[in-house]
Design a protein. Structure first.
Length: 204
């Protein structure tokens, strides 16, 4: 499982040929992903009623995505190697402030990861290892998980619903650092051990 990371250095930079017309944004993002082999994660409601800008030519994947989203009211963050997450574009530039690197919060995020894994390992249908999933959530001031969403399906709607229910009722004893970037994005990848490694040490 990979935690939120600001590692832009891992993103591909080699130019790619694009030929994407102005079209419904969801279709344009599919075409972008097929051409660049870079995954774009988003909630379906974010693309409803939006259209892309024409992207025709050879561009680095990040530049092409920025062109495609121009005027859509959406922007993107780096999520993991070869993946972006769509976010609402800022209405105005926020005041400049020093942002602590994500690595400063490794202890807390590690506990969050362990807690989510333990909860998922307790349920046969959500036991990690055989599916890939991206999820996003906020950790409230009391340690409770707030507004969990799946950015990509596990391929099984019943399992998706159970995961959301597990996250909705999950709470941590430790309060999140006040200056920790939120929301928190987590990616769960398939494991050749079939979940044995992810669930080892969780008592499940």
């Amino acid at each position: 499982m990979l935690m939120q990371d600001a590692g832009a250095a891992d993103m591909p930079t080699s130019p790619v040929a694009f030929d994407i017309p102005a079209e419904p944004l969801e279709a344009a993002l599919d075409a972008y992903g097929a051409a660049s082999r870079v995954q774009v994660l988003y909630e379906t409601r974010m693309t409803e009623g939006r259209r892309s800008t024409v992207v025709k030519g050879t561009y680095a994947p990040e530049v092409a995505l920025r062109l495609l989203l121009s005027g859509s009211g959406l922007d993107f963050d780096y999520t993991e190697d070869r993946a972006f997450t769509l976010v609402p574009a800022a209405a105005a530039a926020p005041p400049v402030r020093k942002v602590r690197p994500v690595a400063d919060f490794d202890h807390f995020l590690g506990n969050v990861q362990a807690g989510i894994l333990a909860a998922m390992c307790r349920h046969p249908e959500t036991r990690p290892g055989r599916f890939r999933m991206a999820m996003q959530m906020r950790i409230g001031p009391t340690g409770a998980v707030e507004h969990p969403v799946l950015l990509s399906s596990t391929g099984n709607s019943v399992r998706d619903a159970v995961i959301i229910d597990i996250l909705t009722h999950l709470s941590f004893t430790e309060e999140p650092p006040a200056d920790m970037p939120q929301p928190v994005t987590m990616v769960l990848s398939p494991d050749p051990s079939g979940g044995a490694e992810d669930c080892a040490g969780t008592g499940n």
